[in-house]
Design a protein around this ligand. Structure first.
Ligand code: MG
Length: 374
């Protein structure tokens, strides 16, 4: 993959955990049939975005989560959360198990994941067949190179760009991009990089961003600092958005009650699954809070599931949803997710997430496989 760098670390190759769930059923003629579904645990290799990291999530899956799920006998996506509730935290691992079962269950019933999610959303509505894409651009490199990269992405069709920022790298790059592309939907993501300044100083430091027409300023302060974000939001008219500080639907409720954010980043892997993400979206929709669907540099497996989630009409802002080619050449799924002429991605037509693993590429990319049977 291409090099990726944020306030939470950098990546030039991507390891990930793919979870395969197999459901046994009866075919239309009564004969036994098996259907498989895939989920992805996109924790970072090091505990820099959150306390979770890939090897830790792998161990938690093997030692605690998969055995708990098998013991529970759960075969419905809606029951996964309660079956895993005995283990605290480890949201990316929990989301990958729920995601694999969701994919298998929807394939078994011939339903698209997007339709399945929409039918369970309190806000109703049908999925959008074309979902606005967005691209995030990492830290580092000279300003000229950043502007060139944004230019390339705009040319590819992206209408929404997110820049990673940190103290000393904020107003200048954002202003340079804004000057060149006045109509671009522009986000800035600090990944908590202003935490040491505290809310008052951070608000002063980031005040010049107010004139740049940002659609979201993401996570300026620490993960655990809702009160600090509420103070920050009092001192600024910037559209404060939270990511790391929203690990759960309850945290989202607290943040909105405190006034800690005006925009929400909803990520299934951070919130422990797609159904939690759906509940979070319903909270945002009912309160008129703009929301967008975040991502974690997933392979096509997680990305297709995120696309299904992001297709729900409650998401009013374009999310971290880029084409397969943004990070991976080639991606491990077929068909790859390709950017359309209007800067959007088409929802695949097939059941489940609508994409399939390329077995040859999966073989080539696999470093370890484990099967934990019932
Ligand atoms: Mg973020």
């Amino acid at each position: 993959m291409g090099h990726w760098s944020s306030g939470a670390g950098s990546l030039s190759s991507r390891r990930s955990i793919l979870v395969r769930a197999v459901l046994s059923a009866r075919g239309p003629d009564g004969s036994p049939a098996e259907v498989e579904g895939w989920g992805e645990c996109p924790a970072m290799p090091e505990p820099t975005y959150s306390a979770d990291y890939l090897d830790g999530e792998e161990q938690v899956l093997e030692r605690f989560l998969v055995p708990a799920l098998l013991r529970s006998g759960v075969v419905r996506t809606e029951d996964v959360r309660s079956a895993l509730a005995g283990t605290k935290g480890h949201h990316p691992a929990k989301a990958s198990l729920e995601g694999a079962l969701l994919d298998a269950e929807t394939r078994l019933s011939g339903t698209r994941t997007a339709d399945w999610l929409a039918s369970r959303s309190a806000s109703g509505g049908r999925p959008r067949e074309r979902v606005p894409a967005g691209v995030a651009i990492g830290l580092g490199g000279p300003l000229g190179r950043l502007v060139e990269e944004v230019g390339r992405r705009v040319e590819e069709g992206y209408r929404r760009v997110k820049l990673k920022i940190r103290p000393g790298w904020d107003r200048e790059p954002l202003a340079a991009v804004r000057q060149q592309w006045p109509a671009l939907v522009l986000f800035a993501d600090a990944n908590g990089a202003y935490a040491a300044l505290g809310p008052e100083e951070a608000a002063k430091e980031l005040a010049p961003l107010s004139e740049l027409g940002l659609a979201a300023l993401e996570q300026p302060l620490g993960d655990d600092d809702l009160v600090g974000h509420a103070r920050f939001a009092e001192l600024t008219d910037l559209p404060v958005c939270l990511d790391e500080a929203l690990p759960s639907v309850a945290a989202l409720g607290s943040a909105l009650r405190l006034g800690a954010c005006r925009v929400a980043n909803i990520k299934a892997s951070r919130m422990g699954g797609y159904l939690n993400a759906l509940s979070a979206l319903d909270v945002c929709t009912s309160r008129g809070v703009p929301a967008w669907c975040g991502g974690m540099v997933e392979t096509g497996v997680g990305r297709a599931a995120n696309l299904a989630l992001a297709s729900l009409p409650g998401f009013s802002l374009p999310g971290d949803l880029s084409a397969s080619g943004r990070f991976f050449a080639p991606d491990i799924v077929v068909p790859p997710l390709v950017l359309g002429p209007d800067g959007d991605l088409a929802l695949p037509a097939g059941a489940g997430s609508g994409v399939d693993l390329d077995a040859r590429l999966l073989d080539r990319a696999s470093t370890r496989r484990t099967w934990l049977g019932a």
